[in-house]
Design a protein around this ligand. Structure first.
Ligand code: ATP
Length: 240
């Protein structure tokens, strides 16, 4: 269906034991859009990513990608279909270099070693790690690790990228550079769902924000609409 959203989360409920982690959540993500998932701890944001990426099969509901029902596909099949993700806590191979880490993601797409290395180096340059090709992952700063994570994800040639707190734990002065990097990925045609707490990052990047609470959509709209919504303000004030 040409006009269908790239991703449709259709009435997902996810129950673990007696805990309702996601409660009848629906999301539409259009091609080229950046959608931010917001909400307090335990709201269900990470579980939503797990369900989209195929780590958990939802208790109820389905996931459509490019109009196809992918709910039964395993994570690796979803990755091949074009769904990639990055993690809040980055998980590179610590003892491998930047270039080698990216090669792991790019490997299925290249038949010769020379091609694989060249493509991986291009991804490193794309994310601003062109001068760190031979640096071991364990020697990178948090911001650089986030960049490496983005390069590894991009090397799988995704159409949709799920980004879990790309600026989380990153020092303030490195955040504008990461925001610019995400903007260049969007300009290349990538569709993105972000889990993000930093309102400045959400304002600069997101076309739409969905504020979750107790597994359900509580408020949605533009980042400004969500951030100024009285129920959202009250929930955050109540937390502090
Ligand atoms: P945070 O910002 O802290 O990461 P979140 O919005 O990502 O929070 P989730 O991690 O998705 O929230 O958790 C939603 C709820 O589901 C929580 O109550 C959590 O304890 C519960 N939950 C998540 N995964 C499991 C699991 N595998 N087994 C049991 N309960 C789980």
């Amino acid at each position: 269906v040409a006009s269908a959203p790239l991703l449709q989360v259709d009435a997902i409920t996810m129950i673990f034991g007696g805990i309702v982690a996601i409660d009848n959540l629906s999301l539409d993500v259009k091609q080229g859009q950046i959608l931010a998932l917001m909400g307090p701890n335990g709201a269900g944001k990470t579980t939503t990513f797990h369900v989209i990426a195929g780590v958990h099969k939802p208790t109820l509901g389905c996931i459509l990608f490019q109009g196809q029902d992918i709910t039964a596909l395993r994570p690796d099949a979803r990755c091949r279909a074009g769904v990639a993700r990055t993690f809040q806590i980055t998980q590179p191979f610590e003892q491998l270099s930047v270039a080698e880490n990216i090669m792991v993601g790019a490997r299925p797409y290249h038949s010769s070693m020379a091609e694989l290395r060249k493509a991986s180096e291009a991804y490193a340059h794309k994310v601003g790690l062109g001068d760190k090709l031979n640096t071991l992952a364990k020697g990178l700063s948090t911001g650089q690790r986030k960049r490496l994570e983005l390069a590894r994800a991009m090397a799988t040639r995704p159409k949709l990228l799920l980004m879990d707190e790309v600026t989380g734990g990153v020092d303030m002065k490195s955040i504008p550079g990461l925001i610019d990097l995400v903007k260049t990925l969007r300009a290349d045609g990538l569709t993105i769902v972000l889990i993000e707490h930093n309102m400045r990052v959400i304002n600069e990047l997101a076309d739409e924000a969905v504020f979750m609470n107790r597994g359900a959509r509580m408020v949605s709209g533009t980042p400004h609409e969500v951030a100024t919504n009285p129920a959202v303000v009250e929930l955050y004030l109540g937390e502090s």
